[in-house]
Design a protein around this ligand. Structure first.
Ligand code: FAD
Length: 405
């Protein structure tokens, strides 16, 4: 995988090539192999597509179509379902935005309460003496990726063996993962901790780690033997989702490009109207702590790659996403509106809300209208995420059929 071995190859072309290369193994072999974690440089049991998919340098529908076309719906079922886990988590959080806000509040509380704690410092520096855990800390800091099974074991050991707050583990992941994602990360940590599915926690077991790391690790007698549910409160009721109408064309526009959608050419945006681009890199806002340089660099390169792919990309004038510079660029280019692809609940959405608020206070920007475009994939799937994944997955075939229309 190019981006884990040296400098990241962030481009959409690299993502499409990687998808083509791995498509032959997206059938039954993925289903059989996917739980094995063979370690850094050997993650051949899974696809390692997530950094691209998370930023929409590669689309969920592209990964799903490649698997279905090559293997058919039965053999590709497991892979397709895994991609839909991402869609499901995004929809679930979109229906309950307060869960993200509550996470941020709890994280800040825990950061304060645990400041200077020696056990937390040992965990964050990979010096717990549990060799698998210490290895994953090092792998995460070096490659900014972990296999799904390692993420589950890591989170379980963090919460139940080391007794650390789940919010600080989730925060550490968001600082380090190239695919760090508010929905998949927060809700997976909640799931391990027993906050997502009432009464169900995830306990990492030494034998399971030994089997699925093929004997690389066997933390015999080092792990908690029980995973009691943390204090649980019911998730908020799902709110109603409203989606924006398709954007009209014919209005000179600034494109606000951001980490959550780096593929503007496939979004329902009025591309012919784009006269300039504002680049919003919100990677550093994933945490109040230090987000790894490679993570924000991944987004920075992805933003540049996206601009280059626009029809007049090489000549396109760009600016950063500071409201004053956006207003100045819009004035200079005669833009009357700012358009952007919908950003799901999380730091990018918060940053866009902030920019919108600040623009309304700048005299020369007051005439600018902000318009958002929603992808068919999101609008067609998120409403089904009100309940559990097992309910959601019943609709996968009909979602795919309607998305292909
Ligand atoms: C504690 C914890 C934290 C996590 N944090 C994140 C995160 O911040 N960002 C993130 O993208 N994923 C997160 N995941 C989900 C999952 O681990 C990763 O998506 C997956 O490991 C990515 O590697 P891959 O592309 O090789 O996966 P593959 O097994 O090859 O799966 C193919 C694609 O399906 C999707 N996918 C697979 N499993 C999941 C899943 N459980 N949830 C959501 N999507 C999935 C991804 O888009 C992935 O690229 C987390 C899981 C856990 C247990």
């Amino acid at each position: 995988m190019a981006y884990l071995l040296g400098k990241p190859d962030v481009s959409r072309n690299a993502a499409l090539k990687h998808l083509t290369d791995i498509t032959p193994k997206l059938g039954y072999s993925y289903a059989k192999e996917r739980n094995f974690d063979r370690g850094p440089g050997c993650h051949d049991s899974v696809t390692t597509l997530s950094p691209w998919i998370r930023h929409r340098l590669l689309l969920e529908e592209e990964a799903v179509s490649a698997a279905l076309n090559a293997h058919g719906s039965q053999a590709a079922e497991k892979f397709v379902q895994e991609v839909f886990w991402r869609t499901y988590w995004k929809g679930w959080l979109e229906l309950r935005p307060s869960v993200w806000q509550d996470y941020e509040v709890a994280r800040d509380h825990d950061l304060n309460d645990w400041n200077g704690d020696a056990g937390l410092a040992r965990a964050l520096s990979g010096q717990t003496g549990i060799s698998c855990f210490d290895h994953w800390v090092a792998e995460l800091k070096e490659t900014h990726y972990l296999h799904n099974h390692a993420r589950m074991w890591f989170a379980s050991i963090w919460v139940f063996t080391l007794g650390l707050p789940w919010t600080l583990g989730a925060d550490f992941f968001l600082q380090q993962l190239l695919d760090g994602d508010p929905a998949s990360n927060t809700l997976s940590w909640r799931w391990v901790s027993g906050l997502q599915t009432p009464g169900k926690t995830y306990l990492a077991r030494a034998e399971n780690i030994q089997t699925f790391t093929e004997g690389r690790f066997y933390p015999d007698s080092q792990l908690a033997t029980e995973a009691p549910t943390l204090d649980w409160s019911p998730a908020p009721m799902p709110s109603a989702l409203t989606f924006p109408a398709p954007l009209q064309s014919g209005i000179p526009s600034i494109l606000l490009l951001h980490d959550d959608d780096l593929c503007p050419e496939t979004a329902p945006l009025p591309l012919d109207d784009i006269v300039g681009v504002a680049l919003l890199n919100a990677a550093d806002l994933r945490s109040t702590g230090q987000v790894a340089h490679d993570v924000s660099e991944f987004v920075a390169v992805g933003l540049r790659d996206a601009v280059q792919r626009l029809s007049n990309g090489p000549d396109m004038l760009t600016c950063d996403a500071n409201p004053k510079t956006i207003a100045a660029l819009a004035g200079r280019l005669g833009a009357q509106r700012i358009v952007y692809a919908h950003a799901p609940v999380g730091p990018v959405r918060d940053a866009i809300d902030d920019i919108t608020g600040q623009l309304s206070k700048i005299d020369e920007a007051r005439r600018l209208i902000m318009e958002v475009a929603i992808r068919k994939w999101d609008a067609g799937s998120w409403p089904y995420a009100a309940k559990g994944f097992f309910n959601f997955k019943k609709y996968i075939p009909s979602m795919i059929a309607s998305l292909q229309q």
